[in-house]
Design a protein around this ligand. Sequence first.
Ligand code: PEP
Length: 258
Amino acid sequence: TSGRTPLMAGNWKMNLNHQEAVVLVQKLSWTLSDKKHDHAAVEVAVIPPFTDIRSVQTLVDGDRLQIRYGAQDVSAHESGAYTGEVSASMLAKLGCSYALVGHSERRQHHGEDDALVSAKAHAAHAAGITPLVCVGEGLDVRREGRQVEHTLAQVDGSLAGFTPEQVAGLVVAYEPVWAIGTGEVATPEDAQEVCGAIRARLAETHGEEAAAGVRVLYGGSVKAANVAGIMQKPDIDGALVGGASLQVDEFGGICRFY
Ligand code: PEP
């Protein structure tokens, strides 16, 4: 066994207001206890919109839930004249364990490049938040068979400036863009090919210990019915789940894949 604790993270995207968020987290918690989920064996996290996080914190703290939570983005800046942005220290104050950085929807619709993703990842890390760094190729790149080189270039750029000790504690999510929200799941072999290449690259650039520690997730149309095959692969340490994370039974089933 790898010694890496699997992580199942639910990216809600721009769905659910703060009241709906509380309902979903409460139901998720009940579902996981019904299923006798072992939180030490598989970590569960929800990634709601910013406006929900305070309410999720109140519920998680008040009921001592073992569910962790995070944000879908974070500013690269510490504070100041950055209208509309949310800083890592603000998220840390709300008890966030994680922040997504470089999700493909932000790379596509908000022009985020690897340099900005790296700056955001450093801002999160400096505030004690684990960045969940998203990488992955689009359909054109996949058709040309260049998914590995494309994704590794994103890994190099997005993790620039991290020390080996820091890399060991990070999370990288491999999300082929053509599999996000499309129902088109990568085969376990496709996912392993790139996740294995990411770990091998980090072994080269940051050493074996960093590579052995870093958690690499797969994301792209993960469901309760397909998660087990993906989780059998040696270099896949969990899933980043979009659509299915809004359905308690689906997401509960994903967390309870073992
Ligand atoms: C995502 O947005 O990170 C994602 C993987 O979405 P979906 O599961 O809906 O494909």
